[in-house]
Design a protein around this ligand. Structure first.
Ligand code: CDP
Ligand code: CDP
Length: 226
C-alpha cells in the first residue's frame, strides 16, 4: 500500500518516541505502531514459556505462536492484558536481547507492515525508517541526552510508585543503547534521509508541532492529512 503515508520516529530508549508518535498521530488522525511493544511482548511470552532470550529458534517459535490483539495502548497476549507488564525494565532489557536475533526480527516483519492503514501511520522504534518503512516520506531521528532520558524514565517509574535509582536507570539505558547500536541486523541509527530532532530541552507540544510542520511541508503527502 505505497499510497498510505507513513511517518517514522526512531531513536534511543526514553527519548520520547512514543509520546511524540501519539501526539503527531492525534493531530493528523493517523494510526500508531509502537514497534518496541512487539519485541517486549515477544520477550514476555518467551519468559512465561521458560525460553531463554539467547535461544533464537525458541524465541522465533514463540513469536510465531503468540496471539496478539491491540486496542489503543492496550496489548492482549493470548487474550490477557499484559500492557503493564510490558513496561517493566527487565522486559525492556530482554526485548533488546531477543531483538538482536535476525530471525526474530524477520518473524515480526509482516505484523509491523500490516499497521500501515489509511489514513496514515506514525511508527516508532529503532528501524522504522531504515528497514520496515524505508520509503516513508518523513523520517525523524529523535534524540535526547542520556541524562535527560534517565531523568524521564525515573519520573515515569516514581509516578507509578515503582522505586528506582537514577544512576542504575542511566547505566541500564546506556547498556541497552550500546547493544541496539552495535548489533549487525537493523542497528539503531538514523536513516540517511532522516531529520534529527534533539528534544532534551524542547517540550512535548513543541516537538509535536515541529514534526507536523515538517509533514505539512512534505506535499503532496501533507495534503492527505488535511
Ligand atoms: O518511547 P520512548 O521510550 O522513546 O519514550 P516515551 O515513553 O515517549 O517518553 C519517556 C518519558 O519522557 C515519558 O514520561 C514522557 O512524558 C517524557 N517526555 C518528556 O518529559 N519530555 C519530552 N520532550 C518527551 C518525553
Ligand atoms: O520504550 P523504550 O524506548 O525503552 O523501548 P522500546 O521502544 O519499547 O524497545 C524495547 C527494545 O526493543 C529496544 O531496546 C530494542 O532493542 C528493541 N526494538 C527494536 O529492536 N526495534 C524496534 N523497531 C523497536 C524496539
Amino acid at each position: 500500500p505505497a499510497h498510505i503515508p507513513v511517518i517514522t520516529i526512531d531513536g534511543p530508549t526514553a527519548s520520547g518516541k512514543g509520546t511524540l508518535a501519539a501526539g503527531v498521530a492525534a493531530r493528523l488522525g493517523y494510526h500508531t505502531l509502537d514497534s518496541g511493544s512487539l519485541y517486549r511482548v515477544t520477550a514476555l511470552a518467551a519468559r512465561s514459556a521458560g525460553v531463554a532470550p539467547e535461544d533464537e529458534a525458541g524465541v522465533v517459535a514463540i513469536a510465531r505462536a503468540m496471539k496478539l490483539q491491540f486496542a489503543g495502548v492496550v496489548v492482549l497476549l493470548d487474550g490477557v492484558d499484559v500492557s503493564e507488564q510490558l513496561r517493566e525494565e527487565q522486559i525492556g532489557a530482554m526485548a533488546s536481547q531477543v531483538a538482536a536475533h535476525p530471525a526474530v526480527r524477520a518473524a515480526l516483519f509482516d505484523l509491523q507492515c500490516a499497521f500501515r492503514q489509511l489514513p496514515g501511520l506514525v511508527a516508532d522504534g529503532r528501524d522504522m525508517g531504515t528497514v520496515i518503512f524505508p520509503v516513508a516520506p518523513l523520517k525523524v531521528f529523535l534524540t535526547a541526552t542520556a541524562a535527560a532520558r534517565a531523568e524521564r524514565r525515573h519520573k515515569q517509574l516514581i509516578s507509578k510508585g515503582i522505586p528506582a535509582s537514577l544512576a542504575d536507570l542511566r547505566a541500564d539505558l546506556e547498556a541497552r543503547d550500546a547493544r541496539d547500536r552495535g548489533r549487525s541486523t537493523a542497528p539503531l541509527k538514523p536513516a540517511e534521509d532522516a531529520l534529527s530532532l534533539d528534544n532534551s530541552l524542547v517540550g512535548i507540544d513543541a516537538s509535536v508541532q515541529q514534526v507536523v510542520d515538517w509533514w505539512e511541508a512534505r506535499l503532496p503527502f501533507g495534503a492527505l492529512a488535511g
